[in-house]
Design a protein around this ligand. Structure first.
Ligand SMILES: [Zn+2]
Ligand SMILES: [Zn+2]
Length: 257
């Protein structure tokens, strides 16, 4: 290994790199430096993780099929709008999920939310960064808010954490206090599609006008899309010109349960 000249080179030559430099060519030292610079994989613990996951684990992640609705990302004919979106168009313009809500992504999200494993948030955020790499940048990121009670219990909002990390990587501002819950709602799991819609009706308020803005609602999981739809509806009512839903994972079960 060649250490460059100049002031920086002088500093390196006198430090640990200089001492190891003469032995750089041997495979074990190269391995050691690679392992020291790359964090371990969040899933299997192997070294050499890129964005928190090693290449074999990244390949194994449950990706969404090609044939999904262009609007709500539910299973349907590729690139077309599904029957449900045609009959009752949602308030959001698109749902962009990074993965399917299946193992091990569901386990990572569960661990983040219910065990307070905040170190998982960057791993999940990186998946979303990759998913939205080629889409139009919004004017702002809006985390899906928790109710005050849920926020107090958990101590953090997982969507807020993910939005903050996305903001840093994409250079898009987070608008954390724009959207809030007007009231507490029952958990959506176990409710039918119609019950879910009723449960979240009027659950969100927007604190200031967002006239003409293109916003991305950031959430961890989309199941039927009723919560995202209600939040998007509140943003549209306050003037948002476009609302996309950026989500870590989307369930492909569309039976509303
Ligand atoms: Zn791994
Ligand atoms: Zn659809």
């Amino acid at each position: 290994m060649r250490i460059p000249g100049g002031r920086l080179g002088e500093r390196w030559r006198g430090g640990w790199l200089g001492r190891w430099g003469s032995r750089w060519g041997s495979p074990w030292i190269r391995q050691w430096v690679t392992a020291a610079s790359a964090p371990d994989c969040a899933l299997c613990g192997a070294p050499g993780a890129i964005g928190g996951l090693c290449p074999p684990c990244l390949v194994e992640l449950p990706r969404l099929p090609q044939s999904i609705c262009a609007r709500c990302a539910a299973p349907g004919p590729a690139g077309e709008i599904c029957g449900r979106c045609l009959v009752d168009p949602p308030a959001f313009d698109s749902v962009l999920p990074a993965a399917e809500y299946a193992f091990p992504v569901d386990a990572m999200i569960h661990r983040l939310k219910f065990s307070g494993a905040l170190w998982i948030a960057p791993v999940l955020a990186n998946l979303l960064v990759e998913r939205v790499a080629s889409v139009r940048r919004p004017d702002g990121l809006v985390p899906m808010p928790l109710s005050d009670r849920r926020l107090t219990e958990r101590g953090f909002n997982q969507s807020g954490e993910i939005a903050r990390l996305l903001s840093r990587q994409l250079g898009v501002v987070v608008r954390p206090n724009l959207l809030r819950r007007a009231r507490d709602t029952r958990p959506q799991s176990g409710l039918s599609f119609a019950e879910r819609a009723l449960n979240v009706r009027g659950a969100f308020v927007v604190d200031r006008p967002v006239d003409g803005l293109h916003l991305a609602l950031v959430d961890d999981v989309v199941t039927t899309g009723t919560t995202a739809n209600e939040a998007a509806r509140a943003l549209r009512r306050c003037g948002a010109q476009r609302v996309d839903v950026w989500v870590i994972a989307r369930t492909l079960r569309m039976d509303g349960r």
